[in-house]
Design a protein around this ligand. Structure first.
Ligand SMILES: Nc1ncnc2c1ncn2[C@@H]1O[C@H](COP(=O)(O)OP(=O)(O)OP(=O)(O)O)[C@@H](O)[C@H]1O
Length: 578
């Protein structure tokens, strides 16, 4: 319970930490004030009930008609209050959701946590960050506003309603037990407390598993959606391998998991409903039965009986907030624990201690006593000393699975597993990998990425695209590619995608260019042509190339053989001239 409250506080702080956070507190106060005003109208209706039934009892038509007008006035004012509160709460909802979403996105992107979380050793189970940010932020804000405001109004309301009931139920319940005369003064008040306490205990007993069932439901829904998104992204590969059936049965299995948990959820909600449903429907009638002894004993008149019954049901429904809200509360707790867990994981992955020390160097790239490991601790590369000077071209080669990509990740600051020291040049750098990534958007945005296309003229971007081998007819095809168009997704061949990615180097002109199998889909002649274009346009750029094939046409090149523990080989690099 304490943990849940701490989670709420942490997330609420993020809701009000954003821009306009202080104003949103004023906004919240206005919503609460409007909701509290509802208590006045409820109490006003209780006194109206007494006046109306009193008029009926006396068969006073004029007074009864007047009371109907009073009733219409109360309802109109209360409706206006309720609508205004609802509207303001919705505006507050989107404001808080925006702040929370910004905080979650900030935490996901800070220090590239989105990348670190995928490096195989998440400190905690962080499935589907996308779902946590898109859905759980909204669920949390809706839940905390709905339930929080209701709780505040209930707390204030309970004192008002209790005072009313206390004042009305002046009569005692008298009976004899084992020959003793027992008299319970103001028994209606005590009856309300006992009634609700027993009912709340039973609700909690029946509804306890709901929180974890909601948590699992959200996780399985997210997994299912993600699995389908992956099929969409890898449609070509799946179709070529004939993997449709396997994928389909995988999706069926995932959906079965959703249905299975849903059935458990429905069963548990049914069980809870067996108690809460009749409870909700009897809560307005029970007070009449409880007050009946007072009426039958002649302590109160009919108007008084109706008034006291209404006051009692107000006390009971207010005290029953926990019972009526059990399901949305479980949902809120599940959403907040998923969101809080995600934020904690992004923080943990950022602050994770690493044996690899990163420093900026004014000149070249220097690696000293570097030992790379997998997250499970398996030893990969071991490099005692590796230096690349500005302006030279270095080809890093080694057997498959040795850790060459991991070495580049470590150089880029995205691999924490290992020990040693990496001094990276502070000059501009661009890393291009085998699998070219293109953001959604047009071809010019794709070629300028990660810079903005607005920073370059169309001519510059078009020249870069042409330089990597695209002709006029291709240009038309490429320029056609708009957001979500399949051309950028799968219409281009693997080699074309790699060439397009390399056009970025011509646009961005980095001082250091790291290529990790970035031309693996091209034939040797096309690769050599592309490298000669790169060299011509980027004469001063330092190339660090990881590939299995000798990169041709890059000029004088130093070959650095990487071997599992061959530290000596790295110290005596072979010189090769192309
Ligand atoms: N996130 C990860 N979690 C666990 N193991 C990983 C992770 N990333 C890489 N590895 C492991 O580290 C080893 C080295 O991988 P890496 O991709 O660096 O090799 P490589 O030398 O580039 O191989 P190739 O030449 O085949 O591309 C592999 O056995 C791989 O399974």
């Amino acid at each position: 319970m304490i943990n849940v409250l701490k989670q709420f506080v942490r997330l609420l702080k993020l809701c009000i930490a954003g821009k306009g956070g202080k104003t949103s507190l004023v906004h919240l106060a206005a919503v609460i004030a409007l909701q509290l005003a509802g208590i006045y109208f409820t109490i006003r209706l209780v006194t109206w009930t007494s006046a109306f039934y009193g008029a009926l009892e006396k068969v006073d038509a004029k007074a009864a008609v007047w009371q109907i007008w009073v009733f219409a006035g109360i309802v109109a004012a209360n409706s206006a209050r309720s609508l205004a509160a609802d509207y303001l709460q919705k505006i507050l909802h989107i404001r808080w959701r925006k702040s929370l979403t910004e905080a979650a996105l900030g935490s996901w992107f800070a220090d590239r946590a989105y990348w670190r979380l995928t490096q195989g050793d998440c400190p905690r189970d962080v499935d589907n960050p996308d779902q946590r940010i898109a859905d759980d932020c909204g669920l949390f804000v809706k839940g905390i506003l709905d339930e929080g405001i209701e709780l505040i109004t209930k707390i204030v309301g309970i004192f008002s309603y209790l005072a009313l009931l206390w004042g009305l139920s002046t009569f005692a319940l008298s009976f004899s037990l084992f020959g003793f005369d027992v008299s319970i003064p103001r028994y209606m008040v005590w009856a309300a407390f006992i009634y609700v306490a027993l009912s709340s205990a039973l609700t909690h007993l029946l509804g306890r598993p709901l929180k974890s069932l909601f948590y699992t439901q959200q996780k399985r829904e997210g997994d299912f959606r993600f699995a389908m998104a992956r099929i969409r992204q890898s449609a070509d590969e799946i179709a070529l391998m004939g993997g449709g059936d396997v994928e389909r049965s995988g999706l069926d299995r995932r959906f079965d998991g959703i249905a299975q948990n849903w059935r458990k959820l429905a069963g548990r909600e049914f069980l809870l409903g067996c108690f809460t449903f009749p409870y909700q429907h009897t809560v307005l009638r029970i007070p009449l039965f409880v007050a009946l002894p007072g009426f039958l004993a002649g302590s109160i008149a009919l108007g008084g009986l109706m008034q006291i019954a209404m006051a009692f049901s107000n006390v009971v429904t207010t005290l029953s907030w926990f019972i009526f809200s059990y399901k949305p509360l479980s949902n809120l707790v599940a959403a907040s624990s998923r969101l809080d867990g995600f934020l904690a994981a992004t923080e943990a992955v950022r602050g994770r201690p690493s044996g690899i020390v990163h420093e900026a160097s004014a000149g070249g790239l220097h690696v000293r006593d570097l030992k790379l490991r997998t997250p499970e601790g398996r030893e990969l590369l071991s490099i005692r000393s590796l230096d690349v000077r500005p302006g030279e071209t270095a080809w890093l080669r080694g057997q498959s699975g040795l850790g060459k990509t991991t070495l580049l990740k470590a150089m880029a600051g995205g691999w924490d597993h290992g020990d040693g020291r990496i001094e990276m040049p502070s000059a501009s750098k661009l890393f291009l990998s085998q699998k070219a990534y293109f953001p959604q958007g047009d071809i010019f945005g794709a070629v300028a990425y990660p810079a903005s296309a607005h920073g370059f003229t169309r001519q510059e971007l078009r020249r870069a695209i042409e330089a990597v081998g695209f002709g006029d007819s291709d240009m038309l095809r490429l320029e056609d590619a708009a957001e979500g168009h399949p051309l950028v997704q799968s219409g281009l061949s693997g080699g074309e995608l790699q060439r397009l990615a390399l056009a970025r180097a011509l646009v961005l002109k980095p001082d250091w260019l790291f290529l990790d199998e970035a031309t693996s889909a091209l034939d040797e002649a096309a690769e050599a042509e592309l490298f000669s274009v790169l060299r011509k346009h980027l004469p001063a750029t330092t190339f660090v190339v990881v590939s299995h094939r000798s990169p041709k046409a890059l000029g004088t090149m130093r070959v650095i053989d990487l071997e599992p523990k061959a530290e000596a080989a790295n110290e005596n690099p072979v010189l090769q001239f192309a």
